[in-house]
Design a protein around this ligand. Structure first.
Ligand code: HEC
Ligand code: HEC
Length: 376
């Protein structure tokens, strides 16, 4: 674009692309966070955001004119002066680089952004047992609540921040008529100052960041099994683990994973087999010693012993209660509350206890969000 009179070239193309990638990745990650089954996409978008946060921090140290932190106007007196002038003088001059408000905005956005990505990565590891921090799942599930809280409210804060930023830009555009909206599109600002020049090495850094961010996104969405999103838990082969359990308890339905109920629930189930959901299971069907062996297996692998998200959350939701059905746990009810009752009457499903009808991977002891067939 040819330079217009009274305009300064402030934002090079790399900066602009990265600005919009940050805006877009945050917005889409924010939207997908409301859909449990979009977690994988959410994480992929989060990695774009993460790459750009890291880049922007480095850029703030080594970047070109107008971008570095040492050009930021962060003194409270400067901020005050900025707002006083803003109110008193509609036609004031604007600086070529960051004004005090946008300096503060950037510092805060990077701080909150860092909190978002760090808490997100940790939560993904601790709660889902997935990703780079999946190893933390074995010892830190008690922090799920706090991590989820921090991750959620930090992103609300960021969203609020974005709205303030947009409002500020709109005021510049329509009240002060500084053409601010176009600055991040064309790179030119209506102001005075020197044009920015970017050293080739810095341009290379900016373009590499763009490629890495987009590359990581496609790397994640194109496969479930990559080191950035891999889950600690793999498929369970109950047949191999405990053939008696697999064969006897899998006679009428697929076996329910032992980690879905606490020990005392399994004891109750095993001591009332004569009336098992209307079925009478006797020693003629499953011998005493088989029953004892099954019970041992169930209690050894019950919810108390597992750090899987479902086990931890089932235990948390139960308190002192010990129901005989997974479908009676508050956690199950909560995760399935959006499914209309009529769905369970469908021929393919028949009963809410027919987990495999909706969870493709149920017979492997997994109920991954990504493998759900039916969705409300
Ligand atoms: C004779 C058939 C039969 C056998 C054998 C059997 N079950 Fe069941 N079980 C049922 C029926 C019927 C239901 C109700 C849900 C359904 O229709 O699938 C059920 C439901 C359950 C549920 C509750 C699921 C929920 O939350 O709604 C659990 C847990 C369970 N069975 C465990 C076991 C265990 C453990 C064994 C082995 C000791 C076993 N079952 C063997 C017939 C059987
Ligand atoms: C009608 C289909 C359907 C049936 C039957 C069903 N589920 Fe689900 N289940 C879902 C859906 C849909 C979700 C996802 C809810 C969401 O995305 O928030 C879900 C979520 C879950 C989750 C949470 C997964 C996660 O990581 O958030 C678990 C655990 C689960 N189901 C276990 C079971 C078990 C155990 C049974 C059988 C006793 C069962 N479900 C029966 C549809 C079903």
């Amino acid at each position: 674009m040819n330079k217009k009179e009274g305009h300064v070239f402030v934002w090079p193309i790399g900066t602009r692309i990265i600005h919009w990638m940050m805006a877009l990745s945050f917005t889409t990650a924010f939207i997908t966070s409301f859909y449990e089954h979009m977690l994988h996409d959410h994480v992929a978008l989060g990695f774009i955001f993460l790459t750009i946060i890291i880049y922007r921090i480095i850029w703030g140290i080594i970047g070109p004119q107008y971008a570095t932190f040492n050009t930021f106007k962060l003194r409270p007196s400067q901020l005050k002066h900025y707002f006083v002038e803003k109110v008193q003088n509609r036609w004031r001059k604007i600086p070529a680089g960051h004004n005090p408000a946008s300096s503060w905005f950037t510092v805060w956005a990077l701080t909150v952004g860092t909190v978002i990505v760090v808490s997100g990565l940790l939560l993904y590891g601790v709660q889902e047992a997935k990703g780079l921090f999946r190893f933390l799942n074995s010892d830190y599930t008690q922090y799920i609540g706090i991590l989820a809280w921090v991750h959620k409210y930090a992103s609300y804060l960021f969203a609020a921040w974005v709205f303030i930023h947009i409002a500020g830009v709109m005021v510049e555009q329509f009240w002060h008529r500084t053409g601010m909206v176009f600055a991040m599109i064309t790179g030119y600002k209506r102001t005075e100052g020197e044009d920015t020049k970017v050293k080739p090495i810095l341009s290379f850094f900016a373009y590499s960041t763009i490629l890495i961010a987009i590359g990581t996104y496609f790397f994640i969405v194109s496969s479930n099994y990559n080191f950035l999103t891999l889950q600690k838990y793999t498929n369970i082969d109950y047949e191999e683990m405990h053939p008696v359990f697999y064969n006897e308890c899998g006679d009428c339905h697929k076996v329910y994973p032992p980690y879905m109920l606490p020990k005392r629930s399994w004891q109750k189930i095993m001591s009332s087999l004569d009336n098992h959901r209307g079925e009478e299971i006797t020693e003629a069907n499953i011998t005493k010693s088989q029953q004892a062996s099954i019970l041992e297996f169930l209690t050894q692998n019950a919810a108390e012993t597992s750090k899987r998200e479902a086990a931890v959350k089932v235990m948390h939701s139960l308190g002192e209660r010990r129901p005989k059905n997974i479908t009676k746990t508050p956690y199950w009810r909560e995760t399935h509350k959006d499914i209309p009752k009529s769905v369970y009457k469908q021929k393919k499903i028949k009963d809410k206890s027919n987990c495999i009808a909706c969870h493709k991977d149920f017979d492997q002891g997994i109920m991954d969000d990504m493998n759900i067939i039916y969705r409300p």
